[in-house]
Design a protein around this ligand. Sequence first.
Ligand SMILES: [Zn+2]
Length: 272
Amino acid sequence: MSKQRVPILVYHHIYADGDVSGTASQAGVETESRFRQHLQYIVDEGWTVVTTSQIIDWLIDDSPLPEKAVGIHFDNGWLDTYTRAMPILQEFNMTGTCFVITDGLEAATAGQEQAVRTQTEGEVTKPFMTWEQAGEMLAAGWEIGAHTATHCKVADTYHEKSDRGVLWEIETSNALIAKHLGVAPKHFAYPSGSRCDETDALLADKYRSLRLWHFEHPIQWRWTDRSTSRLAIECQNIDVRVSMDEFKAVFDGALDGTLDGTTDGTATNAMG
Ligand SMILES: [Zn+2]
């Protein structure tokens, strides 16, 4: 069995360089120049940015994948993913997957604001992209993934409202993505990494893959490999707290296997 480890980098915001120091929390935020540095490193070291579907096809169906493959995810559907991240990725001839909070896109499309609770920044009101902008990303080769309707912590929702609460989030989100973009989302990212066995079971036949998320810092090393369950896709949160050396170590560790990743297939929830 191939020992290949695939890094999946998860970003939230790309800000202009000068805009970062003033934010209340630097968690979840990366600067334009650092983001360019990341992408340049990926090119220089001979890595290939692949889509989430390519990674999951490799995992499930044994489809071919470049030897040094990396995935790039953007969570939530913030406007700056469209205005800043997409053009920079385009310069490098790369695309990503954007996991959208459908309530946020509905509000943006109606010219309104939508407050959401985030693990990185608490309750925030920040501009989301519109459905039209998400459609442009899709047309440019991005994948659009599901991330619930309200950004709810799915395990909490399950315990409070049982199956019905979780299914409402999923069905509302999937219906809006289908209505506006004409596609069924194939991949799902757990908001705040909140999951439990019951939610895995509920979502298993709704999506091809379910992605975890960990917010710990100092960074811990996580890759998706052949032993990873499609219900517990591993990823690496990237923001300004992650040094360039740590960023490089994500890739070095994927290649040489010396760093201890939590890639034993056990679904862990660092968020508690
Ligand atoms: Zn999120």
